[in-house]
Design a protein around this ligand. Structure first.
Ligand SMILES: [Zn+2]
Length: 280
């Protein structure tokens, strides 16, 4: 998948992606940051259409559906209303408040935080989400652990491709989550979005210097959200024998790894016990 930007519109091949204009915009934007959001919505809600309503009072530059398809709602050189009260420090040490004036926003369709009930994992609207689409994890700025809808691989790949195009066209200093710029107030994109892997892939950085290892255990290796057996499972199914991982750091005998997909790209990251990792 390849995108590029022409006249501040995202293009796939020779045509712009679908555009549904939002009236909820400010003045000129010189993008310095890219902010990742989730929509906290289900498959029936059309968030781009919602942003087209004046009384919504919110917008974002891009909205991504669960299948990875993108709609642009605001040109990239115009301020959209996605960040709210927020702040971030740029690479030159400048403190920016109110990131709408500095940042492109991508809204990714996802329920976000889920609550456990006798029916399974439920959304803020009371809808039930299939357990296979949920990870249990603690938010880096919140407690305790809860459920989070996983992002579809199609969404991750499309977001990487769109972010690459944005970083090629504009001088983007940093890619951040809404939770990074509004900690405590916002939880998106949350622990189901692997920001480290996302940023590395957008910047095209290889995992140079980090060892690639192979999982060797016939029963599979559990991957957890922290360095110990008391931490919740990141994925319900263990990593199968033969899975390739890149080791980033170790705490005692626990290793923080990125799990590689079939194309040997980082897929998701978590903690595994190092006794079952061997050189490939
Ligand atoms: Zn947000």
């Amino acid at each position: 998948m390849d995108f590029r930007i022409k006249n501040h519109r995202l293009r796939a091949g020779t045509s712009n992606v679908k555009f549904v204009a939002s009236p909820n915009v400010g003045g000129e934007l010189k993008p310095r940051f890219l902010v990742i959001h989730y929509t906290a919505s289900g498959p029936d809600a059309d968030i781009a259409r919602y942003f087209a309503q004046e009384n919504a009072n919110v917008s974002a530059h891009l909205v991504m559906r669960r299948d990875g398809s993108l709609t642009q709602c605001v040109p990239f050189n115009v301020v959209a209303w996605h960040a709210g009260k927020s702040q971030w420090i740029g690479t030159n040490g400048t403190r920016y408040a109110g990131l709408n004036d500095q940042a492109i926003g991508i809204e990714i369709e996802n329920w976000g935080a889920l609550n456990k009930s006798i029916d399974g994992w439920i959304t803020w609207t009371g809808a039930v989400v299939d357990g296979s689409k949920v990870i249990e994890a603690r938010h880096k700025f919140g407690t305790p652990a809860g459920g989070w809808e996983v992002f579809n691989p199609a969404q991750v790949e499309a977001a990487i491709a769109a972010a690459r195009a944005i970083c090629t066209e504009y001088a983007i200093e940093d890619i951040v989550g809404h939770d990074d710029i509004a900690p405590g107030r916002k939880s998106d994109p949350g622990p189901a979005w692997d920001m480290d892997v996302f940023k590395a892939r957008v910047r095209g950085e290889a995992d140079n210097g980090n060892a690639t290892m192979v999982v060797r255990t016939s029963s599979g290796l559990n991957i957890r959200c922290g360095p110990g057996a008391t931490f919740g499972l990141l994925r319900p199914a263990p990593l199968p024998d033969g899975t390739k991982v890149v080791v980033h750091e170790a705490q005692g005998r626990w290793c923080y790894v990125s799990v590689l997909d079939k194309a040997e790209n980082p897929d998701f990251s978590g903690w595994v016990h190092g006794d079952w990792l061997f050189e490939g």
